[in-house]
Write a protein that binds this ligand. Structure first.
Ligand code: BG6
Ligand code: MG
Length: 212
């Protein structure tokens, strides 16, 4: 086998919570009268909540917000986002993702999550994957978000595997950059499927089965 383990990003890879992130940021940006669209949203993929706010604020020209105000905005965005997450269920895990994960497990690969999100465990519970992964590295155990490799290095460490033996699956350019910086091969899907730094490009999630 080419790899011993696979580390999956969550939002935009395992499930489509990336759309809920966008809608929640859009609601906040509209309220603050800050221009925000799907093109800017692409830059938020994989980056932490506060780093995302800082990117959105690049288009804001009023007086500087205090740290407390920024924390409040992040809290507000997260409240809107959590409402969408509360409506999620096992139906939000596609048949393709479910079957592919099962097959990878049957092949003896270790499976982990490597996500910047602090909502990771809640999302996994909502879609019926609580307890499924061998390790979870997420926004609650890192100090630097992607493109820093910390989240993937921690995932590999939790799995007791070397980066060279793990394949990272990502929909974010920041996530692919993080994988490369950590010494991981990676496969880009969705928004990152045509990114030049991808080791492999996936047309669809089940294409992972052709690589490993
Ligand atoms: C990443 C998303 O998975 O998690 C980002 O791609 C998001 O868009 C980041 O900002 C942090 O998520 P959360 O749930 O902790 O706000
Ligand atoms: Mg993602």
């Amino acid at each position: 086998m080419k790899y011993k383990a696979i580390i999956f990003d969550l939002d935009g890879v395992i499930c489509f919570t990336d759309e809920y992130h966008y809608l929640a940021w859009k609601e906040l940006a509209d309220e603050l009268n800050i221009p925000f669209d799907r093109t800017i949203n692409e830059r938020l993929r994989g980056v932490s909540r506060m780093d995302s706010l800082e990117i959105i604020l690049e288009k804001y020209s009023g007086p500087e917000f205090s740290k407390d105000e920024k924390e409040k905005f992040c809290g507000k965005k997260n409240d809107i986002y959590r409402k969408s997450l509360e409506n999620m269920s096992e139906k939000d895990l596609s048949e393709e993702v479910r079957e592919t994960l099962k097959e990878l497990r049957n092949r003896g690969l270790k499976l982990a999550i490597g996500s910047s999100s602090k909502n990771t465990k809640f999302i996994l519970k909502q879609i019926g994957l609580e307890g499924f992964f061998d390790a979870i590295s997420d926004g609650t155990n890192i100090t630097r978000s992607k493109p820093d490799p910390e989240v993937f290095l921690k995932a590999a460490q939790f799995l007791a595997e070397e980066p060279k033996d793990c394949l990272v699956i990502e929909d974010a350019e920041a996530g692919i950059d993080a994988a490369v910086a950590g010494g991981f091969d990676n496969a880009g899907i969705g928004s990152a499927s045509d990114y030049s730094k991808s080791t492999y490009r996936l047309g669809s999630f089940s294409d992972i089965l052709k690589i490993v």
